[in-house]
Design a protein around this ligand. Structure first.
Ligand code: HEC
Ligand code: HEC
Length: 387
């Protein structure tokens, strides 16, 4: 049996020829945060299908191209023998994978070999895979930021972008240039609000249980930000009200608010990944801890079990950060980034201005005028790799 027809049979088995859920209902129960994180579009098909036409784009992409813009395939959703024989140069394979819910963070409805509805979920940006089958294909790693995903490039390719930019009153050419400039792993969650473009790195969604404020600029607790992103970025049908931002968005039914508690609890359950065995020098890390707490002065801000003093916030010049992102936020400040699992997600700082942890330490040595010795800097790096 040819791969395509095997996939086609499976899709029919999985979805029939009817959309799996009506647009006003979640596929997940109210207490299933993992399902919400992975599969709930909150009705955002109204943006991704009706306005942006993402389904038209996706069904022309061979899997090789989809993987190249950072989309990930959940190998568990596709039987291994089917995956092994799938034609990764054929857009029909992409359609089949979407129909199987195998494209991480993308949910589509496939009818007669075409995608008729498509939406995105939190997992699009905040999950990746372990590459166990091939690059971009493997088991889901929820909470790990997808630093290969290029949301700007994907948006720039959507056929409906001109009408979307027109609805925002943006110059289309300038908007496309901004989106194309973001690059992999970066997204600007204020671009459609203020028209400025200062993309930030997609952060991890793990290790947040004891972190008082979320986002680089500490806008609010986790559910505040989840609602902001769902409603103002993903295009969810839900409510988001914040007088500080002049936003009062309401939909009926509200598909977001009832989901927030379970979604928060699921994020809080995501532990940071332990450093791989042998990835750091244990003795040097122990010495580095003393530098972190002593002459490095790191622990004065990176305090407590999660390594952050939030809800305290810091002015940009305290860490020699660019003021651009803080200026656009309601706080005007930066939150001390929690550090558990920091080894996992280079580059660093909100704008990626440090390529690796050595760079981080170099930059602090200058910014805080620490005059650390070379040995102290090296030990500090080993300590950071151990968190
Ligand atoms: C298009 C990519 C994208 C999608 C989709 C997305 N996020 Fe995010 N998320 C980001 C970016 C970028 C930031 C950083 C924003 C900032 O700090 O200004 C962020 C920040 C966060 C944070 C704060 C992390 C921290 O350390 O403070 C959490 C938590 C989060 N997102 C959860 C979610 C949830 C839950 C959803 C689904 C409702 C979601 N995100 C959808 C890109 C995305
Ligand atoms: C004055 C408070 C303060 C001090 C002192 C401080 N930090 Fe930070 N740290 C922050 C803030 C605020 C950020 C976020 C800055 C940004 O994203 O631009 C940050 C970000 C970081 C990051 C990036 C994490 C990520 O996920 O991108 C690392 C790593 C880090 N700090 C390590 C250290 C080390 C090591 C020291 C000591 C040499 C130190 N910090 C000292 C406040 C501080």
């Amino acid at each position: 049996m040819r791969t395509q027809s095997m996939l086609a049979v499976m899709i029919l088995a999985a979805c029939g020829d009817e959309p799996r859920e009506p647009a006003d209902r979640s596929p997940c129960s109210l207490d299933d945060g993992r399902c919400i994180f992975r599969y709930d579009t909150f009705g955002d098909e109204q943006l991704w299908t009706d306005v942006l036409g993402l389904h038209e784009l996706v069904q022309t992409l061979p899997p090789t191209t989809a993987l190249a813009v950072g989309l990930k395939v959940d190998a568990a959703a596709v039987p291994a023998d089917v995956l092994a024989s799938a034609d990764l140069d054929d857009p029909a394979t992409t359609v089949a994978l979407v129909g199987l819910d195998a494209v991480v963070g993308v949910r589509g409805t496939v009818v007669d070999g075409r995608i008729t509805r498509i939406g995105v979920t939190c997992a699009l940006c905040h999950s990746t895979v372990d590459d166990a089958v091939a690059a971009g294909i493997g088991a889901r790693l929820d909470g790990w930021p997808n630093r290969e995903l290029d949301p700007g490039a994907i948006l720039a390719l959507t056929p409906g972008l001109p009408s979307f930019t027109a609805s925002l009153g943006f110059d289309h050419g300038a908007a496309v240039a901004a989106l194309e400039s973001w690059g992999p792993g970066r997204y600007d969650a204020r671009f459609n609000q203020d028209g400025e473009s200062f993309p930030v790195l997609i952060p991890p969604a793990y290790g947040l249980r004891d972190v008082a404020l979320e986002t680089y600029t500490g806008e609010g607790p986790v559910s505040y930000w989840n609602a902001y992103v769902a409603v103002t970025q993903m295009g969810a049908r839900g409510n988001f009200v914040d007088a500080r931002l002049g936003l009062d968005i309401r939909h009926s039914p509200d598909r977001v608010t009832p989901m927030l508690p379970a979604l928060r609890d699921y994020q809080f359950s995501l532990e940071p990944p332990a450093p791989p065995p042998g990835s750091y020098d244990v003795a040097a890390a122990q010495r580095g801890k003393l530098v972190f707490e002593g002459p490095g002065r790191c622990a004065s801000c990176h305090a407590g079990a999660s390594f952050t003093d939030a809800p305290a916030l810091h002015a940009p010049d305290e860490t020699s950060a660019s003021a651009d992102e803080a200026r656009r936020s309601v706080t005007g400040m930066y939150r001390t980034t929690p550090l558990r699992g920091v080894w996992q997600h280079p580059p660093y700082f909100h704008d990626g201005r440090a390529a690796n942890l050595d760079d981080v330490v170099e930059q602090y040595d200058l910014a805080l005028d620490l005059a650390l010795t070379e040995a102290q800097r090296a030990d500090l790096v080993q300590y950071l790799r151990s968190l």
